[in-house]
Write a protein that binds this ligand. Structure first.
Ligand code: PLP
Length: 391
């Protein structure tokens, strides 16, 4: 079999050895974390240690971390019309989301479609803060309830970093709450829940070297209350999410979070250098790099070469040993073009060619160079009217 080169870290990052070790140890742990006996308390201890490690990812208080089955569930939980704060006991009847959110935010949680509106982005994929400001002002003029707003910290396709702090200031001035999907940011670049102004933050384990199927919704303040939890039953997670906890998954999440935090700076610098090496080479050809002028995650590049379709490129690259993505993982397998690029005003002829490379700390320079060689061959084949890398 061809040696594989994995360049799809925004879909899922490889499991960190420390996360695997923590999970294996937890799998051998007998006992329900809600039981009061010794075994139960041991299982509880693993969860509470992970809660501290995950809270530290975003500078939150451990008691404000609610473990979930992943980023999707955390986003669903956050977008609840029944969120309560000390100043708002009536809940929300309006949701504003940016036009480039992940599908799990675009599903709008518990809000009916007619109560949801989109905030546009600029051609670089940055949320249009002026448009958000204007719309919040119009809503206040109509004396409707303050909105719940959801803006991601960085986009999973383009890597574009969003102006969360500025958005939080506007949303709070209008009396609203801000939810931030930080799934692609947590453990990769610094993000502090207090400094950002976010009221609620979503994180996911498998994007930072933890296991699949575990994530968290993190509150800035303990006074924020989920009046209608998605899962009801036992009183786990302080009543916010019933069900016996995924002890091994949570332990793996905690260990991965601690490693990501400890090595964030060095890993970030390394991946940025590799990403820049890739883009410098792509710049020499006809390839367009999306979101190029915006602040972006250090590990992500989304690009297209006119005339080269992403589905053809993906198949050829896969056969040649490269795992890359066309936009987000959740949309791969479908032929639909990216809603993110559509919102940025990218024409269809380029959208159909968008390929995302996302890398991580163990990506080698040689792997980037091998990818570039393969890409150049694909593009050259195009001008000769041939499709694949074999050409
Ligand atoms: N939000 C963003 C920005 C993502 O990239 C993803 C996963 O692709 C999710 C949410 C969903 O997270 P999970 O896969 O843990 O459900």
């Amino acid at each position: 079999m061809t040696e594989r080169i994995y360049l799809d870290w925004n879909a899922t990052a490889p499991l960190r050895p420390e996360a695997r070790a923590a999970m294996i140890a937890a799998l051998d742990q007998v006992g329900n974390p809600s039981s009061v006996h010794h075994e139960g308390r041991d299982a509880r201890r693993r969860i509470e240690q992970a809660r501290e490690q995950v809270a530290a990812l975003v500078g939150a208080e451990p008691r404000n971390v609610v473990f979930t089955s992943g980023g999707t569930e955390a986003n669903m939980m956050a977008l609840s019309p029944a969120l309560e704060t000390p100043d708002n006991k009536v809940g929300f009847d309006r949701l504003m989301i940016s036009a480039v959110e992940h599908a799990s935010v675009r599903a709008c949680g518990g809000f009916p479609r007619h109560q949801v509106e989109e905030i546009p982005v600029t051609s670089d994929g940055v949320v249009d803060i002026g448009a958000l400001d204007r719309r919040l002002g119009e809503l206040q003029g109509q004396s409707v309830r303050a909105p719940l707003v959801s803006i991601m910290a960085a986009n999973n396709e383009t890597g574009v970093i969003q102006p969360v702090e500025a958005a939080a200031a506007l949303v709070h001035a209008a009396g609203g709450l801000l939810h931030v999907d930080a799934v692609q940011v947590a453990g990769r670049i610094p993000f502090d829940i207090g400094r950002s102004g976010a009221d609620l933050v979503t994180v996911s384990a498998h994007k930072l070297g933890g296991p699949h199927g575990v994530g968290a919704l993190i509150k800035r303040s303990a006074s924020l209350h989920f009046a209608e939890p998605l899962l009801r039953g036992g009183g786990q997670e302080r009543g916010a999410r019933a069900g016996t906890e995924n002890v091994a998954g949570i332990a793996g999440f905690g260990a991965a979070a601690a490693c990501a935090m400890a090595s964030m700076r060095t890993e970030g610098e390394r991946t940025r250098a590799l990403r820049d090496r890739l883009e410098a080479a792509l710049d020499a050809g006809p390839t367009v790099i999306f979101g190029r002028n915006a602040h972006r995650l250090p590990n992500t590049s989304l690009f297209a070469t006119p005339g080269l379709r992403a589905d053809t490129a993906l198949i050829n690259l896969d056969l040649a040993g490269f795992a890359v993505s066309s936009g987000s993982a959740c949309s791969s397998g479908k032929v639909a073009t990216s809603h993110v690029l559509a919102a940025m005003g990218v024409p269809d002829r380029l959208r159909v060619g968008a390929i995302r490379l996302s890398i991580g700390p163990s990506t080698a320079e040689k792997e980037i160079d091998l990818f570039l060689k393969a890409w150049i061959k694909l593009v050259a084949g195009l001008s000769k009217g041939k499709g694949g890398l074999a050409a």
